[in-house]
Design a protein around this ligand. Structure first.
Ligand code: GCB
Length: 640
């Protein structure tokens, strides 16, 4: 079937890549150092969507072999950004298939002349499947939309030194039963209703499937012998901090590695030698969450210096926070003290740029979190940009780090191909985020159809694999509906989403209290694990008002919250360890009869202006912080 060819093509690429995929290399965030340079490739790229019937013209005609503008009409496309909302064109917004990006770049001559300089091309993320060529030569492929990938490109570029280097990236946003998140393509064959070749992408998740190159693209260098990965694990004994580290080196058999831990004041507090070792810090400054300590988010700089037998030198500075995370039957402990999550669920989402990385938006969002007195967020429903975790580390905002396992509702998505991919995604996620002190828990999925028989073995394997990668607690997010939840036995913390008086008993605010009490008591009786209310909320179209409250008004949203909060206040004395509102801000979804230009459960509008609920939450979060934490002197409770 020629109509399905572009999909088949996509699947073949996936299979080949999955087969040879192995995470033997590190994925350190690119940071400049005396031995490393970075050249950002953000800005305008040349762009062309492949509208051919089988969406495969780009491969058939080898668009990567010559400048994209010679293959047909092209437009400007900013990177990073989703492509969907940039052109003034519904067909582009809803496009499914391959889009092609291209950029020419001059690589500094000294990078090329020095043969021992490694040149790495890195894509922060591209949704969903990417194929990358440099000067027409295939350099890498990657499956998955929210995690970085790299390729060493020095050899290819050096062959064509003297001309600018042409980078071509083809990105396919098609979701299948085996992708994360999953989706299906449906062909509409009734020609009395649909034009020939008509198809739609079906998804089971509630956010717009934005696509394109979402995060920075850059070239960076390292020496030939280089620091490939660093892993730290921290703990403390009385006032002594302990940092266990290991450094992976490539390109040197007998590397000399020196490690120094430097405090904020520039003083070196500990040193060690060797690729693995322990740094002991007397009078340690622990990493504390925001609103739990006078000096939250304390970070040391771990400076790693490598000298290879060849004389090559490399250095890399990793921010390190010393803290512990533990879970008991009823508590979530950070540095052995009970931690209560009063925070939000977010999305990477904004006007025009969709899921594209944007510093003003990120800084604004953190300012709003601080304003609200939020101490935490969950990266619903996929890993966020690493720069966001860096800021969370520095501010002491606690993060539940979620992989893109959202909308797993079809029984065929529990097959071994899906599981293999899910395991790889968790490996990629842990590899990228393991050293962030802000990350206190991994979330492997959101509301999968956990009542289906294959879900039990699937999650057992997924969660135990995740635990073998890293010692942090693991959870998955469950819908309160699923009474026979097959993932819960394996998780450390039960995370429950519920929408009483919204999806169930719509309009009946009076049932929230009883239903929420039952929800908590049932789950706790069954598992004796701490519980986080990982989602709750109601849509409010900003500016709609009614008293008594009616669904979709700001008053209704506020009253739902108040009813939930009364129960939280009782249960947090027992085993409830957190509440995360759905959602921080309004966000775009697919079009449908339950969504009014997107999901309106935000405390803020999509443009980040507060609704009534935001003020309620602000008062509550600061009050809880006042009761349970140590407010920094600069942050007085603002809601007297
Ligand atoms: C949920 C989902 C989230 C949705 C939300 C809603 O349970 O986890 O992705 O956006 O409900 O508003 O329906």
């Amino acid at each position: 079937d020629s109509r399905a060819m572009w999909l088949v093509n996509f699947t073949c690429l996936t299979v080949v890549w999955t087969w040879c995929h192995c995470l033997h290399a590190g994925m350190l965030f690119p940071r400049e150092s005396p031995t490393r340079e970075i050249k950002e490739l953000n800005g305008l790229w040349t762009f062309r969507a492949d509208f051919s019937q089988n969406r495969n013209a780009g491969f058939e005609k080898a668009w990567f072999k010559r400048p994209l503008s010679e293959t047909g009409p092209v437009i400007d496309m900013p990177v990073p950004s989703s492509f969907n909302d940039v052109p003034q064109d519904a067909q582009m917004r809803d496009f499914i298939g391959w889009v092609w990006y291209e950029r020419e770049v001059w690589v500094p001559m000294r990078w090329l002349q020095d043969q021992s300089t490694r040149i790495v091309l890195r894509v922060g993320s591209a949704h969903y499947y990417s194929v990358v060529w440099v000067n027409g030569v295939l350099v890498t492929e990657h499956e998955g939309g929210h995690l970085p990938f790299e390729a060493e490109v020095g050899a290819v570029i050096r062959k064509d030194a003297g001309i600018p280097c042409r980078i071509t990236i083809a990105v396919n946003n098609t979701l299948s039963l085996n992708t994360l998140p999953p989706g299906t393509i449906q062909y509409m064959t009734d020609h009395s209703k649909y034009p020939p070749g008509y198809f739609v992408q079906n998804i089971n998740f509630d956010f717009f499937n934005y696509a394109g190159i979402h995060r920075s693209v850059l070239l960076y260098t390292t020496p030939e012998a280089y620091i490939d990965d660093i892993t730290v694990q921290t703990t403390f004994l009385d006032s002594t901090g302990i940092v266990n580290y290991s450094v992976a080196v490539v390109g040197s058999d007998r590397p000399t590695v020196k490690v120094a831990l430097v405090g904020k004041d520039g003083r070196c507090v500990a040193t060690a030698n060797g690729t693995t070792g322990i740094l002991k810090v007397a009078e340690v400054n622990l990493w504390w969450p925001y609103l739990m300590h006078d000096n939250p988010g304390y970070l040391y700089s771990m400076e790693v210096r490598l000298t290879a037998e060849s004389g090559d030198k490399d250095s890399y500075a990793l921010p390190v926070g010393v803290r512990t995370v533990n879970v008991t039957e009823s508590k979530f402990l950070i540095n052995s003290k009970p931690f209560y999550f009063h925070g939000v669920n977010k999305h990477e989402d904004s006007d025009i740029r969709g899921k594209g990385f944007d510093w003003p938006l990120i800084v604004k969002d953190f300012n709003l979190l601080k304003w609200m007195g939020a101490n935490s967020f969950r990266t619903s429903h996929y890993p966020y940009a690493e720069e966001i975790l860096d800021v969370a580390d520095r501010l002491g905002i606690v993060v539940i780090d979620e992989c893109p396992g959202v909308g797993i509702k079809d029984i065929r998505s529990f097959d071994p191909i899906s599981l293999d991919h899910h395991l790889v995604v968790m490996e990629e996620l842990v590899r990228r985020d393991k050293n962030h002190p802000s990350v206190v828990m991994w979330s492997v999925a959101n509301e999968p159809a956990a009542e289906m028989p294959p879900a039990g073995p699937y999650f057992k394997q997924l969660i135990s694999h995740t635990k073998s990668l890293d010692s942090r607690p693991v959870t998955f997010i469950t819908d309160s509906n699923y009474s026979r939840d097959q993932g819960a036995p394996y998780v450390d913390v039960i995370c429950v989403n519920s929408y009483f008086s919204w999806y169930h008993d719509p309009g009946h605010l009076e049932v929230i209290s009883i239903q929420l009490h039952s929800q908590f008591d049932d789950w706790y009786r069954k598992y004796q694990k701490p519980i986080i209310q990982s989602e709750y909320g109601a849509d409010a179209v900003p500016g709609l008002h009614s008293d008594p409250p009616t669904m979709f008004t700001e008053e209704y949203q506020k009253t739902v919250l108040q009813n939930y909060h009364k129960v939280f206040d009782q249960k947090r004395k027992e085993f409830v360890v957190g509440e995360l509102i759905w959602n921080f801000a309004d966000f775009m979804t697919a079009q449908g009869i339950t969504r009014v230009v997107g999901n309106k459960k935000g405390m803020f509008t999509r443009q980040r202006q507060p609704k009534t609920g935001a003020f309620l939450l602000r008062e509550r979060y600061w009050r809880i912080a006042n009761e349970t934490g140590v407010l920094p002197t600069w942050a007085k409770y603002p809601c007297q």
